[in-house]
Design a protein around this ligand. Structure first.
Ligand code: 58G
Length: 251
């Protein structure tokens, strides 16, 4: 199914570059991903088109006005009935699993904040989900919104062409990706692993799985701390660990 996203932002121009190129750009041209950008300032009604105001209780920074945001959201919700997602460091951290769930929903509204964020009452009334792309603070929700669109967009049927397919990539099976090689066969005196030139698809598949597991053990062992790992994975973990024991520490 296609993906339909409405973005509310003070800076719609920020989205032009990142979402107009490569795979997401192509999917938009093909109509598989539909992104509507709305300038929050267009929903301000005063002559200066003010979108923010000083915080009650004092202090530095500005807060985005709830009345302007409510008008914008009510308008966009007439055509997009999907959940309203607010990008904030206080949200649930985005994972591949959340991205898959959102690809299934196929419709949502992204709200990008600026300054100190949005009035709490707007959040209470309109925001369904709060997401963060990681534990750091940015000046606006636009970059997180673009990250989310990219992560979800590439999971939509027909978006990835011949370049790749989501079911084969890293995190689909919960493991880090194996190393990749292309021509030339020898580069800076370094050979491509022989198995990849062998044409034995069974051996290649097993080598890739083993290298995925080796990387995951080295870099993200936490990803292997989960129940119901396939027998083949457990067996390869054993194999790698016994090889490492034989090498005896000098690695
Ligand atoms: C503190 C400062 C809280 C998302 C600013 C909220 C948004 C990081 C992320 C804000 C964001 C993330 C205003 C600017 C949200 C508002 C926005 N920073 N980690 N900043 O996904």
């Amino acid at each position: 199914m296609a993906l339909s996203i409405d973005v509310l932002t003070l800076f719609p121009e920020m989205f032009a570059g990142p979402l107009s190129h490569s795979i997401i750009g192509r999917a938009r041209k093909q109509g598989i991903i539909q992104i509507s950008l709305w300038n929050i300032r267009d929903f301000a009604q005063d002559k200066h088109r003010i979108v923010d105001d000083t915080p009650y209780g004092g202090g530095a920074g500005m807060v985005m006005k709830p009345d302007v945001l409510a008008r914008a959201l009510e308008f966009v919700q007439m055509s997009n009935p999907g959940p309203v997602v607010y990008l904030t460091p206080q949200g649930r951290t985005l994972t591949q699993s959340i991205a898959s769930d959102m690809a299934v929903m196929s419709q949502f509204i992204l709200l990008c904040g600026h300054y100190e964020g949005i009035d709490e009452r707007l959040r209470d009334l309109y925001v369904d989900v709060e997401l963060s792309i990681g534990d750091y603070v940015l000046t606006g929700g636009e970059l997180p919104a673009m990250v989310l669109i990219d992560a979800v967009g590439r999971l939509i049927d027909g978006v990835l062409g011949a370049e790749a397919s989501a079911p084969e990539d890293s995190f689909y099976n919960g493991l880090l990706e194996h190393p990749h090689y292309t021509r030339p066969r020898v580069f800076c005196n370094m050979e491509v692993p022989a198995v990849l030139l062998s044409g034995h698809h069974g051996q290649i598949r097993r080598w890739r799985l083993k290298e995925s597991i080796r990387r995951t053990l080295q870099r993200r062992p936490d990803l292997l701390d989960r129940p119901q790992l396939p027998q083949e994975v457990l067996q390869l973990v054993e194999e790698i660990q016994s090889e490492d024991r034989k090498k005896g520490g000098h690695v």
